[in-house]
Design a protein around this ligand. Structure first.
Ligand SMILES: NC(=O)c1ccc[n+]([C@@H]2O[C@H](COP(=O)([O-])OP(=O)(O)OC[C@H]3O[C@@H](n4cnc5c(N)ncnc54)[C@H](OP(=O)(O)O)[C@@H]3O)[C@@H](O)[C@H]2O)c1
Length: 436
């Protein structure tokens, strides 16, 4: 794909604009107003926050995925000093979100949290056809990455902005290392907030503690995933899919400082590392400016080499975090969809204080095993279609039928999880509640 040689204003749509990554993307864009024009901003539920953001981008279509009867509409309750007529109109509902994905843009930033990003991402690739998809969302890549790559082929460059994967993209692209020379892809992990927390304390850990990440300011779902190390487990699947590498050649190393984001180890012993300050603006700037073929100046985001530093590396404790091995057993698309859905449901239950921290992984693993074993004959059909459709280049299903199949499996897994959670009764509750 050719870079843009002369500088033109790139039209950008940001999905998940009100989230941590979405806001970081807008910060990068705001530093180069002559290079970007924001033509669309979307959120999930918080239409008020979207309107507040939208004021700075007068040409942007504003879309909130929740219908107007689900969450308050800003026109009904304008901010202080504004009349109803002055409030920017927000288009509401899933259909509006999908219509935004069909809009033409040069760059789409996909920063919606969760597997719900799969549909707008696929629509953007199939119909909006941006030149770059700056992909922050990992859940959609984990369940349908090969499929999304096929949809992008020849028209859209998928640039991961998950910092580890962006690092690998830069190393592999920048050095043009031949894949046959790559022995391992190494993803670093801070270890999350509970790296050193004794295991006997895990039953008492709260959502507030889990969301206090040592290095990153992130949304609640990814914060809990980082605390259980499921985030890193998802990233192993994400890396294998994005870079077309076998799962067992993707390694995880604990690096609490998180300056080194990823490494590529070659068969000849060379290890190529990428480092940068842990701030999402760095990978986002790389992806957003990619079409300009230039790197922007990000003044405050530099490693301070004048300070003495210690960068530690250690292997993860796989017994404490068995999810790292568990994901390597997920061989089929069906299993990955079931795993992701069970995990999303478990994180939701933990955040709502309906599930103990230490029971997240055991319940997710049990759900995946049960969902795989208990599928009905009808559901078996969905399972085989999804496996065939994702792994082969020709599916008898079109994309939209495949999406229905994906969500069918997702529903089976969430239903199985809910049954298991209910069957556990008080045993699954946080300790302070189960005592009552
Ligand atoms: N945060 C990080 O440092 C980081 C790093 C690497 C990768 N990622 C990945 O990037 C994605 C976003 O993470 P985040 O930390 O930015 O999450 P976040 O702060 O929770 O933001 C999530 C965004 O998604 C929107 N959203 C939620 N449900 C939606 C729906 N059904 N339809 C449309 N929009 C919806 C939210 O809108 P409302 O505000 O209206 O709810 C919000 O704008 C995740 O997949 C995460 O794994 C994040």
């Amino acid at each position: 794909m050719n870079h843009t040689t002369h500088r033109t204003r790139l039209r950008v749509i940001v999905f998940g604009a009100t989230g941590t990554v979405g806001r970081a993307a807008l910060k990068v864009i705001d530093q180069s107003p002559d290079l970007f024009e924001v033509v669309g901003l979307a959120c999930g539920r918080d239409a008020h926050a979207l309107v507040a953001l939208g004021n700075a981008y007068s040409n942007a279509i504003l879309v909130c995925a929740a219908d107007a009867d689900e969450t308050p509409d800003p026109t009904a309750t304008p901010a202080r000093g504004q009349t109803r007529g002055e409030v920017r109109r927000v288009q509401r509902g899933k259909a509006s979100l999908e219509a935004l994905a069909r809009q033409q843009a040069d760059v789409v930033v996909m920063a919606i949290a969760g597997v719900v990003a799969l549909t707008p991402t696929l629509i953007a690739l199939r119909e909006g056809r941006p030149r770059v998809l700056a992909m922050a969302n990992k859940e959609a890549l984990v369940v349908g990455g090969e499929w999304l790559r096929r949809a992008a082929q020849g028209q859209t460059e998928i640039i991961p902005v998950d910092s580890e994967h962006n690092a690998l993209y830069q190393i592999l692209g920048g050095t043009q290392v031949d894949r046959h020379h790559v022995k391992r892809l190494i993803l670093t992990s801070s270890g999350g907030p509970f790296l050193e927390t004794p295991k006997h304390l895990w039953p008492t850990l709260t959502p507030a503690q889990a969301c206090r990440h040592p290095n990153w300011n992130m949304g609640r779902k990814i914060s809990v995933d980082s605390a259980t190390m499921t985030n890193k487990a998802l990233e192993v699947l994400e890396a294998a899919t994005l870079f077309d590498m076998p799962l067992d050649s993707v390694e995880v190393i604990i690096h609490p400082e998180q300056y080194v984001h990823a490494m590529v180890e070659c068969h000849d012993g060379n290890v190529l590392a990428h480092c940068a300050v842990p701030d999402m603006q760095v990978p986002l700037a790389h992806a957003l400016h990619w079409l300009h073929g230039a790197r922007p100046t990000l003044e405050r985001l530099h490693v301070d080499w004048r300070q003495p530093m210690q960068w530690r590396f250690q292997p993860p404790d796989r017994a404490r975090f068995p999810v790292l091995d568990f994901v390597r057993t997920l061989k089929t698309a069906f299993q990955r969809v079931a795993f992701n859905a069970a995990n999303e449901a478990a994180v939701e239950a933990f955040l709502a204080e309906r599930l103990r921290f230490d029971l997240i992984f055991p319940l997710v693993a049990a759900t995946v095993r049960a969902a795989v074993a208990q599928t009905t004959e009808h559901e078996q059909g969905a399972r085989e279609d999804v496996d065939d459709g994702v792994s082969s280049s020709s599916s008898s299903f079109d994309d939209w039928q495949m999406l229905d199949r994906f969500y069918e499996i997702d529903t089976i897994s969430r239903r199985t999880f809910a049954q298991k959670l209910a069957a556990g009764g008080k045993q699954h509750l946080p300790l302070n509640q189960s005592d009552q």
